[in-house]
Design a protein around this ligand. Sequence first.
Ligand code: IMP
Ligand code: MG
Length: 485
Amino acid sequence: MKKVSTSKGSYYLALRHITKVANSSLGLRKTFNSIAKSTAKAVRANGCCIFLLDSKKEYLITVGACGLSDIYLRKGPLDAHKSLPEILDGQVAFVPDAGKDERIQHPQIAEEQRVHSILGVPIFDNGETIGEIRVYTREPRQFSEADKNFLSSIADVSAVLMERAELHQLLTRRYKASEKKAKSAQAPQAPTTSLRPVEFAHPSEEEFAKLLDFYCIEWLYEPRSFPLRWKDNAIVEMFTPDFYLPGLNLYVELTTLKQNLITEKNRKLRQLKELYPEVNIKLLAKNDFAKLLAKYGYGPQGKAKVEGVKRILYTHSQIQRRVRTLARRISHDYAGQRLVLVGILKGVVCFMTDLMQHLSLPVIIDFMAISYYSGDDDQVVKITKDLDSSITEQHVLMVEDIIDTGMTLNYVLAHLSAQKPASLRVCTLLDKRVRRLADISLDYIGFEIPDEFVVGYGLDYKGEYRNLPFIGILHPELVEESKAQ
Ligand code: IMP
Ligand code: MG
């Protein structure tokens, strides 16, 4: 194994450069890329990567890198507990041969991409690991104490930068909040995900990240590239989905392209599914995404003027029949037990009142209310009204009006199961399954509906239409406009 001598002079020059960059007005991503480059050069390594830990301290997010191939950088979500886990505990990690090391998550890719030796150090903030710096060499290599010390100094500079960036974000947030004279006295708990120095390729990606942040859904931006085609052992085609949502084990690709280009993307997606059948991926096309935002009265379609109901999807008597059938099944399944029905205000009011009247069980009802996404980046979903009584050791049935992406339910179910109910099931009147992102198992479903915005029987658009006795499809102007595009 090679011992490479690095001179104090090269450390000094690198430090001078790094501190200068750290104090410049460059964006965070560029700053960290530049630090990675100087660091690799100073320790005579071939590559360097600077990582930040996600808010749950599970995944490593690349914030700066140099000298590493795209394939290596996007080899998949990097689990901080599996990849050199000792760094999480505050130790320095040395890997003599990455292709043969258990602490390496993707040894084969390391070997193929000619990553041989690795040195990694933690980035500390108040004694806690918040990130890592790693350097990589193509040849077998040993690192000196001086190399380790140098890397730790760079980690300290990085910690200051991360801290400062956060401070900056918090300050802007507070400024915005005070401008709005925030209604609630309690400051919203900001998801740390929004503090990441990610450079999004498209504004819709940032919008999507904000929506995920709101629902506290962890995300990683472009963590993995999937090779799709090879020629003479070299990769000639790859596909890099925009997001990975570790909690849902789901890749999401947003596309704002024209229909003909989507066809090409669909082809790649089909190929990806064939080659990697274990991978769960969803394509969210421009219109789907606009619809998703429109639900919150936001985005291009959200500004549409609403003309009224296009057509009736379910009449009052169809709904009543279905509700009675659901109630019979629920009464049968819970026979001899007491049931707590939990609804989320306000959409569920009609369904809840009809359903409970047909249950032949002792029943308690309770309601929750949660805040709604408004597109502000200083927000995170909040329970604005919690349950009145404890559900611990009770049989709980969540009653929902409609499940769309499933993000609301995903959040609420996590909240409810933390209270350890005896059982927890879900009953929804409407299931817009085609749009599901969070795959939640539903126990009772009234109707599976197509991807249309529906109103009536409790469901609203911007607060209106709840009082209609039937369920109808809304007729927003922009649906027509987007078809004409
Ligand atoms: P999710 O979090 O995307 O599953 O959204 C669920 C919530 O969005 C529902 O409880 C409704 O409040 C609202 N929602 C979703 N789709 C519709 C719709 O078509 N009409 C009215 N409200 C909807
Ligand atoms: Mg609802």
